[in-house]
Design a protein around this ligand. Sequence first.
Ligand SMILES: NC(=O)c1ccc[n+]([C@@H]2O[C@H](COP(=O)([O-])OP(=O)(O)OC[C@H]3O[C@@H](n4cnc5c(N)ncnc54)[C@H](OP(=O)(O)O)[C@@H]3O)[C@@H](O)[C@H]2O)c1
Length: 307
Amino acid sequence: MQAIRVHQYGESDVLKLETIAQPEPQPNEVLIRVQAAGVNPLDWKIRSGYMKEVFPIPMPYTPGMDVAGIVEAIGADVKAFQVGQAVYGELNMGAYAEFATASQDAIALKPQTLDFVQAASVPMVAMTAYQALFDYADLKPGQTVLIHAASGGVGMFAVQFAKWKGAHVIGTTSAANTEFVQSLGADQVIDYKSTSFEQVVKNVDVVLDTLGGDTQARSYSVLKPGGILVSTPAPPNAQDAQARGVRAEMVNMKPSASLLKEITNLLDSGQVKTVIAQTFSLSEARQAQDLSQRGHVRGKIVLQISA
Ligand SMILES: NC(=O)c1ccc[n+]([C@@H]2O[C@H](COP(=O)([O-])OP(=O)(O)OC[C@H]3O[C@@H](n4cnc5c(N)ncnc54)[C@H](OP(=O)(O)O)[C@@H]3O)[C@@H](O)[C@H]2O)c1
């Protein structure tokens, strides 16, 4: 099969299109004929070696965690899926390929209202947004949440999930994406290029930090006492948070078939949607990761692997 392979950490030119053997499913895995693979910032962070202390990876490897495709074969212990079904979900790695194996515990039937490209855009960012807001931050109806990078993958799902929950939603993005974030349901949108969010936001219950660094450090001041900051890119400093009378936690998304099913219901009932920024072919994986790395994607980048 054709697959993207990485033999050493480096810039995107280490992504090589090669012909390798098809993977074999373990007893609890399904073999998927990949139709589309989502591209996430984690993909370039791993490839560049930026994550090698926390996320060491044996070389060579095939990148990609978000997958949508058709079940080609099932392992001996798989009861929940059958050959021929359309599925989507999260892999440990290996989605940038014509075939990939997935644990039956991290996939679900593909939403009926989504095509494969749309489905592949969902798992990582939607499960992260959901778990950050509801498992880590315990966001409740009527509470206020500030969502940074509301036009990005995690942000666009977070805005929609928070509105669905009945929260008051404030999002940050640039002016070019303000209408987009409003269309997702945000009550207030702040252009980070012209306005410092901490000048106009106060007393929020929850901050979803998708940016880290300076944005994270400035975010403590907008929380009400006892409020919580949850971060997806960078572990917050617990002492800083404590000194300000707030809480802070790093999100570590755990793939879950039952959560994917819940997200499927929200997608198929039209309560949330996904938005595709751009699609690339498998052989264009470099361009796709370079675009992701520039950090200004509206919605999601997806590799379309089969027509
Ligand atoms: N811990 C976990 O389990 C986990 C899971 C998933 C993701 N993550 C991490 O979460 C982070 C976010 O992922 P993502 O997929 O949502 O990223 P993304 O889609 O690449 O985010 C891009 C968006 O960020 C916006 N942006 C850039 N700079 C900004 C600023 N200063 N203020 C406000 N918005 C800004 C851009 O809007 P403009 O173009 O308008 O600037 C763009 O729409 C990544 O670091 C990823 O690795 C962690």
